[in-house]
Write a protein that binds this ligand. Structure first.
Ligand code: CUA
Length: 167
């Protein structure tokens, strides 16, 4: 079989870059322990309450400093548990003042769920056995929909909440 000179150059280049990319990936994954940011903390999916953040009384929005908030969320099919309000109703809407630093911590009790604050960079996969967390600054006022963007079953589309950033 005769290979044209340019064809050889392209083949060498193509296979070469494949080897380079796979080596970088393998080095990062196996020697540097690189993994998704959300995989830092493990949790027992059958007992997420054993983690302080996911005790029923600690779910939802908590102000921890002047402009610092933590939002703890227990995800399960097909619901985000954001705690209860004063009347004992489930919270579906949280309000945060503009410019606040917010730490979202999410854990799932059953299957893989998503946690996406639509229109922001808050977008996490929530896997059983891990706490997914992400800190961000909410600078743009508005009402955002929090959606589950990992298909989790027949009620997947019912899994949402809202987050309001106010001036
Ligand atoms: Cu939870 Cu889709």
């Amino acid at each position: 079989m005769h290979l044209h000179k340019y064809e050889k150059i392209w083949l060498t280049f193509g296979i070469g870059s494949l080897i380079v990319f796979l080596s970088v990936l393998g080095y990062g994954a196996f020697w540097q322990g690189t993994h998704p940011q959300s995989h830092g903390v493990t949790i027992d999916p059958n007992n997420i309450e054993s983690n302080e953040a996911f005790k029923p009384e600690n779910l939802g929005l908590t102000q921890v400093d002047d402009d610092k908030y933590i939002v703890n969320i227990a995800a399960s099919a097909f619901y985000y548990d954001l705690g209860k309000d004063e009347e004992g109703n489930s919270v579906k809407h949280i309000r945060i003042p503009k410019g606040s630093t917010v730490l979202f911590q999410v854990a799932t009790k059953d299957v893989v769920h998503g946690f996406n604050v639509a229109g922001t960079n808050v977008n996490m996969m929530v896997e059983p056995g891990y706490v997914s967390s992400l800190e961000t600054v909410m600078n743009k006022p508005g009402t955002y929909t929090i959606v589950c963007n990992e298909y989790c079953g027949i009620g997947h589309h019912l899994m949402y909440a809202t987050l309001e950033v106010y001036e």
